[in-house]
Design a protein around this ligand. Structure first.
Ligand SMILES: Cc1cc2nc3c(=O)[nH]c(=O)nc-3n(C[C@H](O)[C@H](O)[C@H](O)COP(=O)(O)O)c2cc1C
Length: 176
């Protein structure tokens, strides 16, 4: 194992990539202590600057975006394949501006090992990410067909790069 690259980074990539299009939770606690989660289906896992990294794509309009701007980290919480459908729907259609999604979706928070943002204990696989970079999209450089389809309101995505400082599976809890 290369220093800083946890076994989960290699071995559970398939689990993450299989579940990602169905939705995973990005969870953030900002510096004022406000916590929120939302469903994401877009993201990348890889390496930059010699660090294992996750990149989340979050539109300006999301409440989660406001929190991420004022946070040092976030967690990525991956449900066991095909599970937590109702919770993913709540987190992906309701806004933390209006409701407490953890209560509504019956999700249990647990403190993370190395970051301020908590994890969702109901999920199987967890990535703790320390924010190291963020980047806006350049609309002029996006393929025209994609731009028409995804950005008619010009509500583009911001990429939040998180160094994966810890990753693990919660074993023996609901998932065997
Ligand atoms: C399956 C699914 C995947 C989604 N993926 C993303 C995504 O990758 N990026 C994004 O900005 N919004 C995504 N959304 C939409 C947000 O989850 C949704 O707008 C949410 O209500 C925002 O919550 P917030 O206002 O509390 O941040 C997705 C929604 C669903 C249902």
């Amino acid at each position: 194992m290369i220093d800083g690259y946890h076994e989960t980074f290699y071995q559970d990539g398939e689990k993450l990539l299989k579940q990602l299009p169905k939705g995973v939770f990005i969870t953030v606690r900002d510096r004022r202590g406000e916590t929120n989660t939302m469903t994401i289906a877009w993201g990348h896992i890889g390496v930059i600057w010699g660090r294992p990294t996750f990149i989340a794509y979050v539109r300006y309009s999301r409440h989660t975006y406001d929190l991420l701007l004022n946070a040092d980290d976030y967690t990525i919480n991956v449900p066991a394949y095909g599970t937590l459908k109702q919770a993913l729907k709540v987190a992906g259609t309701e806004s933390g501006r209006d409701i407490d999604k953890f209560k509504t979706a019956n999700l249990t928070l647990r403190e993370a090992n190395k970051v301020n943002s908590p994890i969702i204990a109901d999920c199987e696989l967890h990535y703790e990410c320390r924010m190291i970079y963020r980047q806006t999209q350049e609309p002029a450089l996006i393929d025209e067909r994609i731009k028409e389809r995804y950005y008619p309101q010009h509500d583009t995505h911001i990429m939040f790069f998180g160094e994966i400082v810890d990753s693990y599976r919660l074993k023996g809890e609901n998932h065997g």
